[in-house]
Design a protein. Structure first.
Length: 172
Protein backbone atom coordinates (compact mmCIF):
# COMPACT_ATOMS: atom_id res chain seq x y z
CA UNK A 1 0.00 0.00 0.00
CA UNK A 2 2.86 2.38 0.81
CA UNK A 3 4.28 2.07 -2.70
CA UNK A 4 0.91 2.99 -4.20
CA UNK A 5 0.68 6.08 -1.98
CA UNK A 6 4.24 7.05 -2.94
CA UNK A 7 3.43 6.53 -6.64
CA UNK A 8 0.38 8.78 -6.28
CA UNK A 9 2.40 11.43 -4.44
CA UNK A 10 5.12 11.20 -7.07
CA UNK A 11 2.63 11.61 -9.93
CA UNK A 12 1.00 14.61 -8.22
CA UNK A 13 4.41 16.18 -7.59
CA UNK A 14 5.52 15.70 -11.20
CA UNK A 15 2.24 17.25 -12.38
CA UNK A 16 2.69 20.17 -10.00
CA UNK A 17 6.29 20.80 -11.11
CA UNK A 18 5.33 20.57 -14.78
CA UNK A 19 2.46 22.97 -14.26
CA UNK A 20 4.21 25.46 -11.98
CA UNK A 21 7.85 25.82 -13.01
CA UNK A 22 7.30 26.72 -16.67
CA UNK A 23 4.68 29.31 -15.72
CA UNK A 24 6.92 30.83 -13.02
CA UNK A 25 9.94 30.84 -15.35
CA UNK A 26 7.84 32.46 -18.10
CA UNK A 27 6.90 35.21 -15.65
CA UNK A 28 10.53 35.76 -14.60
CA UNK A 29 11.70 35.68 -18.25
CA UNK A 30 9.04 38.21 -19.16
CA UNK A 31 10.33 40.54 -16.46
CA UNK A 32 13.94 40.03 -17.60
CA UNK A 33 12.93 40.66 -21.20
CA UNK A 34 11.02 43.79 -20.29
CA UNK A 35 13.93 45.26 -18.33
CA UNK A 36 16.47 44.28 -20.99
CA UNK A 37 14.51 45.70 -23.90
CA UNK A 38 13.00 48.79 -22.31
CA UNK A 39 15.87 50.04 -20.19
CA UNK A 40 18.88 48.73 -22.07
CA UNK A 41 17.66 48.28 -25.64
CA UNK A 42 18.78 44.66 -25.92
CA UNK A 43 16.82 41.50 -26.64
CA UNK A 44 16.53 38.62 -24.21
CA UNK A 45 18.82 36.56 -26.47
CA UNK A 46 21.41 39.34 -26.42
CA UNK A 47 21.08 39.47 -22.64
CA UNK A 48 21.73 35.72 -22.40
CA UNK A 49 24.68 35.97 -24.79
CA UNK A 50 26.19 38.62 -22.51
CA UNK A 51 25.64 36.36 -19.49
CA UNK A 52 27.40 33.47 -21.23
CA UNK A 53 30.37 35.69 -22.07
CA UNK A 54 30.49 36.82 -18.44
CA UNK A 55 30.55 33.19 -17.31
CA UNK A 56 33.47 32.15 -19.49
CA UNK A 57 32.37 31.75 -23.10
CA UNK A 58 35.16 33.79 -24.61
CA UNK A 59 34.86 32.84 -28.27
CA UNK A 60 32.22 32.48 -30.96
CA UNK A 61 32.91 28.73 -30.92
CA UNK A 62 32.25 28.54 -27.15
CA UNK A 63 29.05 30.55 -27.49
CA UNK A 64 27.78 28.47 -30.41
CA UNK A 65 28.36 25.24 -28.50
CA UNK A 66 26.87 26.50 -25.25
CA UNK A 67 23.85 28.19 -26.82
CA UNK A 68 23.43 25.40 -29.40
CA UNK A 69 23.26 27.98 -32.18
CA UNK A 70 25.22 28.01 -35.43
CA UNK A 71 28.51 29.90 -35.54
CA UNK A 72 27.28 32.30 -38.26
CA UNK A 73 24.22 33.18 -36.13
CA UNK A 74 26.38 33.74 -33.05
CA UNK A 75 28.88 35.79 -35.07
CA UNK A 76 26.06 38.02 -36.23
CA UNK A 77 24.71 38.36 -32.68
CA UNK A 78 28.19 39.22 -31.37
CA UNK A 79 28.61 41.85 -34.10
CA UNK A 80 25.42 43.57 -32.94
CA UNK A 81 26.69 43.53 -29.34
CA UNK A 82 30.05 44.96 -30.47
CA UNK A 83 28.24 47.75 -32.34
CA UNK A 84 26.19 48.51 -29.21
CA UNK A 85 29.39 48.86 -27.18
CA UNK A 86 28.66 45.81 -25.02
CA UNK A 87 31.35 43.37 -26.25
CA UNK A 88 34.93 43.72 -27.42
CA UNK A 89 36.89 41.37 -29.68
CA UNK A 90 40.63 40.90 -29.25
CA UNK A 91 42.88 38.81 -31.48
CA UNK A 92 45.22 36.48 -29.66
CA UNK A 93 48.87 37.38 -30.21
CA UNK A 94 50.00 33.72 -30.34
CA UNK A 95 47.30 32.64 -32.81
CA UNK A 96 45.82 35.47 -34.88
CA UNK A 97 42.92 33.19 -35.90
CA UNK A 98 41.64 33.18 -32.30
CA UNK A 99 39.43 36.08 -31.30
CA UNK A 100 38.57 36.48 -27.61
CA UNK A 101 35.30 38.08 -26.56
CA UNK A 102 34.97 40.22 -23.44
CA UNK A 103 32.32 42.39 -21.86
CA UNK A 104 32.76 46.12 -21.74
CA UNK A 105 32.29 47.91 -18.41
CA UNK A 106 28.94 49.15 -19.78
CA UNK A 107 27.84 45.53 -20.42
CA UNK A 108 28.79 44.53 -16.88
CA UNK A 109 26.68 47.41 -15.60
CA UNK A 110 23.75 46.38 -17.83
CA UNK A 111 23.88 42.82 -16.47
CA UNK A 112 24.26 43.95 -12.86
CA UNK A 113 21.41 46.43 -13.06
CA UNK A 114 19.14 43.98 -14.85
CA UNK A 115 19.89 41.32 -12.23
CA UNK A 116 19.28 43.76 -9.37
CA UNK A 117 16.00 44.96 -10.89
CA UNK A 118 14.81 41.40 -11.38
CA UNK A 119 15.74 40.46 -7.81
CA UNK A 120 13.85 43.48 -6.50
CA UNK A 121 10.85 42.54 -8.64
CA UNK A 122 10.94 38.96 -7.34
CA UNK A 123 11.28 40.17 -3.73
CA UNK A 124 8.26 42.42 -4.25
CA UNK A 125 6.26 39.46 -5.57
CA UNK A 126 7.26 37.28 -2.57
CA UNK A 127 7.00 39.98 0.11
CA UNK A 128 3.64 38.68 1.33
CA UNK A 129 5.03 35.22 2.12
CA UNK A 130 5.71 34.60 5.81
CA UNK A 131 8.97 33.16 7.13
CA UNK A 132 7.68 29.59 7.07
CA UNK A 133 6.53 29.89 3.45
CA UNK A 134 9.85 31.43 2.41
CA UNK A 135 11.66 28.54 4.10
CA UNK A 136 9.49 26.04 2.22
CA UNK A 137 10.27 27.76 -1.10
CA UNK A 138 14.00 27.74 -0.29
CA UNK A 139 13.91 24.05 0.65
CA UNK A 140 11.95 23.19 -2.53
CA UNK A 141 14.55 25.04 -4.64
CA UNK A 142 17.36 23.10 -2.93
CA UNK A 143 15.59 19.80 -3.58
CA UNK A 144 14.94 20.65 -7.23
CA UNK A 145 18.53 21.78 -7.68
CA UNK A 146 20.03 18.56 -6.33
CA UNK A 147 17.50 16.49 -8.26
CA UNK A 148 17.87 18.08 -11.70
CA UNK A 149 21.11 20.00 -12.12
CA UNK A 150 23.87 17.88 -13.67
CA UNK A 151 26.63 19.32 -11.48
CA UNK A 152 24.77 18.15 -8.37
CA UNK A 153 25.71 14.57 -9.24
CA UNK A 154 22.17 13.25 -8.71
CA UNK A 155 20.95 13.13 -12.27
CA UNK A 156 19.69 15.06 -15.22
CA UNK A 157 17.23 14.75 -17.99
CA UNK A 158 18.30 13.77 -21.51
CA UNK A 159 19.64 16.61 -23.60
CA UNK A 160 20.56 18.89 -20.73
CA UNK A 161 24.01 20.32 -20.29
CA UNK A 162 25.51 22.24 -17.39
CA UNK A 163 25.25 25.42 -19.47
CA UNK A 164 21.52 24.87 -19.99
CA UNK A 165 20.69 25.58 -16.37
CA UNK A 166 21.82 28.61 -14.38
CA UNK A 167 24.19 27.89 -11.53
CA UNK A 168 23.27 29.00 -8.05
CA UNK A 169 24.62 32.44 -7.32
CA UNK A 170 25.69 32.86 -10.94
CA UNK A 171 22.60 34.52 -12.32
CA UNK A 172 24.24 37.78 -13.09
Amino acid sequence: MKSNNNDTALAKTVDSVMETLPAVWDCIRSNLRSAATKKFGISLEQFHTLRHIRHGCSSVKDLAETRQISRPAISQAVEVLVQKGLVTRTRETEDRRCVKLALTPYARRVLDENFEENCAWMAERMANLDGEQLGIVQKAMEILKTTFLPESGRGSSPGTTPAAAPKAGASR
